[in-house]
Design a binder for this molecule. Structure first.
Ligand code: BGC
Length: 790
């Protein structure tokens, strides 16, 4: 039977892939076989010899295939479909595909509409290549700048990760193919990623590490979710019932399939019971047999196997229409979109004036020189499973020469891996000769663009970085160039934050282009020349030093455990709590124009307590004006703080943002709504989201440290009373609305000596009774508790 014949479009084919009928016709062995891969990239088919008229599939074809196999493929910023038969690491040659900017660049766009368009393009390429599911996006939180895979993740903040992740998923899936939201969850490092236990308290998980996943699942319903390799509080994600079933499905309403990361299964039977539907890649039948045996010996209910098999069949069913009509894509249009996105994700960190005018944008190519091998040999994507074979590749040097019509002089200045090799001909060359040549070129120029960045060997899937610094030879080159030319623009290419503090005083202008994909070279030139007015914003803080980062000392852990000791104070939440200086704050990014903010107001829309998660609770208004003489886009950021709460709360947290295009002089009135959930925290004892009534500070600004206006609102809150117990303290009893007054009378009525009053507050009621203080007896305590908890 061909895929066309299995298409669920009964109107055109007369046949339907009826999941329930197929499932009902499968044997236990066949169902178990669906729960693991056929090879590295495909699901297992079910075939029967001589199955003509096979009732299981509900059709009467002469073929023997009851369930077809479908292909899943990396991802996420381009398709990595292996061209040849799969090798055992799945890293062989892949078909050409558009290499879009990596997630670090997408994150810096702060532009869900653009990211959705990238998703649509990725979906078209996935579909055109007969692939059912693109394995991405990755939305793990950037806990440490050192994570080798940060380039594949969007942000240190769950709102950015969730909003942009949802946009990407919706875009891809609009093309009739699926996504795999990964890596679920708490996979925030590469070191020991296959075994380490991420030891994280539930509040931190809920507010930081799960919140982005929750947003994407609720907004965009990814077809699949991929569980991570690591353990969470000692339980492997691949067999974590709380994570995969209670949270993901029961609470968030996830309707799709959960697959394992490649090789993440330790105990297949426990995994099936926990909600892990599909193990990838193939297990050679070993774990299918484990599942069958567990059912036969009564350890696993066959109904649980049915649930997982049904989800695999549903994935197959929803993949069939696109597989029957793959379509094509326009490689030129996708390259143009990759270029637009690369420019949009480029962050202008700094643009000081020299001789009365900012260095950027460049007026033309005249008098400009380019230094740095990365301008000619771009670093445009990260290494590992996400590595794409691009349809073409732009470099900044060629793009600059083409755009300006000037044969801009160039000197390599260094070799990308510092190995003294000339990439053009492989001949051995001397780094100091390269420096001398660069100094000569820079000295003769009016303005020099110095391209610096991290070599591929510094950051990759599979290992973490050891430090945040640029290669020493690159910094030495910059020093030498700056000594002969003060008009230095540094253009960075790297997948995660690098330290800028040691060298940025040498460069009046600094541009962060991240890993911009196959059109990154032309995209960054668009920004340098002002063809695109920069509007990228940092989705991760650039700290002054690695030691300032909140995970420092707890990253990457030791002896199989990594303790998330900083709790909810991740990224800017930590730097703000510590009032620590940073190199560039979260949300920062300059423009070639300027913006003014006026009239920030915040209005409570009604009752917040018990409001549904998505109901608007607070309406924020602001007017933004482009006060310069160039069109540009501003990213308006709304932060919320709860200055007095029972628990430690971050100073402020991003809860909403909007990117607005404004013509010179144009003003726009913006309305951004906050939900009750935006004010809530996860109560560690009540184990639910709560809004604590009282004052909230709503700030609107251009970065987490550039707040342009704020307003205070007072909202009603949830009932946060905990049951009163024998070990509740006197202070807690005093606060109790029912028995508080009585306890007050007991304590302050003279029964407790004045010098004891200070000590007694933290004393458990049972101890007070046992000491015979305040006239409290055990019997009176029992009565008190039952009245309090009635
Ligand atoms: C990675 C996943 C990837 C998978 C398949 C794993 O090692 O963690 O992100 O999708 O391999 O290549």
């Amino acid at each position: 039977m061909s895929i066309e014949e299995l298409t669920p479009d009964a109107a055109t084919t007369g046949r339907v892939f009826d999941v329930e009928r197929v499932l009902a016709g499968l044997t236990l062995e066949e169902k178990a076989s669906l729960l693991s891969g056929q090879d590295f990239w495909t699901t297992q088919p079910v075939a029967r010899d001589g199955a003509a008229g096979n009732s299981a599939a509900g059709n009467s074809t002469s073929g023997s295939e009851v369930v077809p196999s479908v292909m899943v493929t990396d991802g996420p910023h381009g398709l990595r479909k292996q061209a040849d038969s799969p090798d055992h690491l799945g890293l062989g040659n892949s078909v050409p595909a558009t290499c879009f900017p990596t997630a670090v660049t997408l994150g810096s766009t702060w532009d869900p509409a653009l990211v959705r368009r990238v998703g649509e393009a990725l979906g078209r390429e996935t579909r055109a290549n007969d692939v059912a599911v693109l394995l991405g996006p990755g939305i793990n939180i950037k806990r440490s700048p050192l994570n080798g895979r940060n380039f594949e993740y969007l942000s240190e903040d769950p709102v950015i990760a969730g909003e942009l992740g949802a946009a990407l998923v919706s875009g891809v899936q609009s093309q009739g193919v699926g996504t795999s939201l990964k890596h679920f969850a708490a996979n925030n490092q590469e070191a020991d990623r296959m075994r380490v236990s991420a030891d994280v308290d539930e509040r931190t998980l809920r507010e930081i590490y799960l919140a982005g996943f929750e947003r994407v699942v609720k907004r965009a319903q990814p077809w699949t979710v991929m569980c991570s390799y690591n353990k969470i509080n000692d339980v492997y994600a691949s067999q974590n019932h709380w994570l995969l079933t209670e949270v993901l499905r029961d609470e968030w309403g996830f309707e799709g399939l959960v697959m394992s990361d490649w090789g993440a299964v330790r105990d297949r039977v426990a995994g099936v019971a926990a909600g892990l539907d599909l193990e990838m890649p193939a297990s050679g039948g070993r774990t299918d047999a484990d599942v069958v045996a567990a059912v036969r010996d009564g350890h696993l209910d066959e109904a649980v196997v049915d649930v997982a098999a049904r989800r695999v069949l549903r994935l197959v069913a929803r993949s069939l229409p696109a597989l029957a009509a793959p379509g094509a894509y326009d490689a030129d249009a996708h390259h143009a979109l990759a270029r637009e996105t690369a420019a949009a994700g480029t962050v202008l960190l700094k643009n000081h004036s020299v001789e009365g005018a900012p260095l950027l944008p460049l007026a033309s190519g005249d008098g400009v020189a380019v230094v740095g091998e990365l301008a000619r040999t771009p670093r445009y994507q990260g290494a590992g499973s996400s590595q794409v074979n691009p349809t073409r590749l732009d470099d900044a040097l060629t793009a600059l020469r083409a755009a300006t019509g000037v044969d801009v002089p160039f000197a390599a200045g260094y070799t990308v891996d510092g190995a003294g090799q000339d990439p053009a001909n492989g001949s051995g060359i001397n780094e100091s000769a390269l420096t001398a040549e660069a100094v000569e070129v820079a000295g003769a120029a009016e303005t020099v663009l110095v391209f610096l960045g991290l070599p591929a060997s510094y950051e990759s899937e599979g290992f973490d970085r050891e430090h945040m610094d640029l290669p020493a030879e690159q910094v030495a080159l910059l020093e030498a160039v700056a000594a002969v030319n003060e008009r230095v623009v540094v253009v960075l290419a790297n997948g995660s934050a690098v330290s800028v503090a040691p060298w940025q005083h040498l460069a009046p202008a600094v541009v962060e282009s991240w890993l911009g994909g196959q059109a990154g070279g032309s995209g960054v030139v668009d920004v340098l020349l002002g063809a695109v007015n920069p509007a990228g914003r940092l989705a991760e803080t650039l700290p002054l030093r690695l030691a300032d980062n909140p995970s420092y000392g707890n990253f990457p852990g030791e002896l199989g455990h990594v303790r998330y000791g900083e709790g909810v104070l991740v990224g800017y939440r930590w730097y703000d709590a510590r009032q620590a200086e940073v190199a560039y704050p979260f949300g920062h990014g300059l423009s070639y124009t300027t913006f003014a903010y006026d009239g920030v107001t915040a209005e409570v829309l009604g009752t917040v307590a018990h409001a549904a998660d998505d109901d608007p609770a607070v309406r924020v208004r602001v007017t933004v004006t482009n006060t310069g003489d160039r069109a540009g886009a501003e990213v308006v950021q709304v932060y919320v703080g709860d200055p007095a709460a029972q628990v430690l709360r971050p100073e402020r947290e991003l809860k909403a943002f909007a990117k607005v295009d404004l013509a010179p002089g144009e003003s726009r009135h913006l309305t951004l709504d906050l939900t009750a959930r935006d004010l809530a925290y996860w109560h560690p004892v009540l184990r639910r989201w709560v809004v604590e009534g009282g004052e909230f500070v709503v700030s609107v600004g251009a970065s987490s440290r550039d707040l342009r206006g704020s307003a205070t609102v007072v909202v009603d809150g949830d009932d946060l009373r905990l049951p009163l117990a024998e070990l509740s303290t006197v202070a807690e009893a005093l606060d109790h609305p029912v028995v508080g007054p009585r306890v007050h009378a007991m304590v302050h009525g003279g029964a407790v000596a004045d010098d004891m009053l200070g000590m007694i507050g933290d004393m458990p009621l049972a101890v007070v009774a046992d000491f015979g203080l305040a006239g409290l007896t055990r019997a009176a305590l029992t009565t008190l508790l039952s009245e309090a908890n009635a």
